[in-house]
Ligand binder design. Structure first.
Ligand SMILES: [Zn+2]
Length: 455
């Protein structure tokens, strides 16, 4: 970065921050940027965005804009404004001490937490959502529901339809935002979970194993995580794939991940269309597939972005230990890499059929840096053939729809003022979402330099 550039960046952040020192972030008009509002529609050049009391008050072209009373105008000419990003598949509660600041500094203002010990998830969520600056807004599943034996000790294990219903009741009364089910949930358990969840109007996210994607979709799941259950729905080796999930998490994941390369593209396209008809949302987490396929690549461990992760957390990842536990070797990694183009094909087919795709990362699991991984996911979606505009929608409005949060993921009057100011055009190159000049969360401008200084 040149000195001049650095100065411009500091001065914008300084200008914006100066108006926020009074506490309540009242009355800021960001004028002159190109607005990408999250709908996937065309951008609005030379826009004016007025923020007051944590909300977007108005949005429109600068030409017809009049500075409202007691509003400070900040010139953001030559920049781009996008909604705050949403990472819809995280495990933040595993790393609640250090991960939240990373998400925010990278412009991820909302996350969807997929699993953790129920009581601690609920208390972390309460803390994060009572307006605490320094925490992304958190939507949480609490503890996931799994069949027996459960893969994770904090999961709620169920072995009968009655148990499955009780598990849903327990989670709903604890106040979770949605239900997450895991690999050992078979079709009868899943149907009981869904029936119970639907009486409470609660969404069900699925990391599938012993149930294929089509069966799960017909039963009424809301989202498919990691594209699980898709090979199981179309593969000629369907029964051996489903059986591998009975043998344990890693045998199941390994067979699933290896199987993509051999799948029939016509069958995949047809499945994509049927899942779209069933209104299932896809959270592909391409960054997870990409990372696991290169886990033995030393270049992965040298990625400069890993500097964002505290040393203790990096040691806890224990990548070599994970490879040993999984029993993966070079043949597996090569097979995982061969699966990537077919996974990309499926994402494209799903998008072409009109399906809702949402960004998720599985961070901060092994090598998945909180916040930064969201930008990598956007890049991988575009590499898979999704347009930058659609990729941005996956990270904003589509994700908000999945969360059932109408006030998020869109920059329009009345919506929450979560936004990023970028110095480069993300529609020209999606990697420009990383050129973050300012992050606004709930109307507060965050001093990302100060946040980073505390790492
Ligand atoms: Zn996960």
């Amino acid at each position: 970065m040149t000195r001049a550039r650095h100065f411009a960046l500091r001065s914008l952040a300084g200008l914006l921050l100066a108006g926020c020192k009074l506490g309540a972030p009242d009355g800021v008009a960001l004028v002159g940027a190109t607005l990408i509002d999250g709908t996937g529609g065309p951008p609005l050049a030379d826009a004016a965005v007025v923020v007051r009391r944590g909300k977007v008050e108005s949005v429109g072209p600068r030409a017809s804009f009049e500075l409202p009373r007691s509003t400070r105008q900040v010139d953001v000419t030559g920049r781009w404004i996008i909604p705050g990003l949403i990472d819809a598949h995280v495990h933040l509660t595993q790393a609640a001490g250090w991960a939240p600041a990373r998400y925010l500094a990278w412009g991820v203002t909302t996350v969807r937490d997929m699993h953790g010990p129920l009581n601690s998830v609920i208390s972390i969520r309460r803390r994060s959502n009572t307006g605490t600056v320094g925490f992304p807004r958190l939507y949480a599943a609490g503890a996931m529901i799994d069949g027996l034996p459960t893969t994770y000790s904090e999961a709620i294990g169920v072995n009968s339809e009655n148990d499955a219903r009780k598990a849903v009741d327990r989670l709903v009364s604890a106040g979770v935002d949605f239900i997450k089910i895991y690999t050992h949930v078979d079709p009868p358990l899943l149907r009981a979970i869904l029936d119970e969840a639907h009486t409470f109007n609660v969404a069900v996210a699925a990391h599938l194993g012993m149930t294929d994607a089509m069966t799960a979709a017909r039963s009424g799941i809301t989202s498919i995580e990691h594209m699980t259950g898709i090979p199981e729905a179309v593969s000629r080796e369907r029964s051996s794939l489903l059986a591998s999930h009975y043998r344990g998490f890693f045998p199941g994941w390994t067979s699933f991940e290896r199987s993509w390369a051999g799948l029939d593209s016509a069958a995949l396209s047809q499945l994509a269309g049927r899942l779209v008809q069933e209104r299932v949302t896809l959270v592909p987490t391409l960054i997870l597939h990409e990372t696991l396929s290169r886990l033995d690549d030393p270049a992965m461990l040298r990625d400069p972005a890993l500097a964002d992760v505290p040393e203790a957390a990096r040691q806890e990842w224990d990548v070599p230990g994970m490879i040993t536990r999984a029993g993966w070797n070079q043949t597996d990694f090569a097979a995982f890499q061969r699966s990537r183009p077919t996974q990309n094909f499926f994402v494209r087919a799903f998008a072409t059929a009109g399906g809702r795709i949402v960004t998720g990362t599985d961070s901060p699991n092994q090598l998945l840096v909180p916040g930064y991984s969201e930008h990598r996911e956007l890049e991988l979606l575009v590499a898979a053939g999704i347009s930058p505009r659609e990729a941005l929608r996956a990270a904003t409005r589509n994700a908000a729809v999945l969360l059932g949060a109408d006030s998020l993921g869109l920059l329009a009057p009345g919506k929450v003022a979560d936004l990023l100011v970028l110095s480069k055009d993300p529609l020209v190159d999606i990697r420009n979402t990383r050129a973050i000049e300012a992050v606004m969360s709930r109307g507060y401008l965050l001093d990302t330099d100060s946040i980073r200084a505390t790492w």
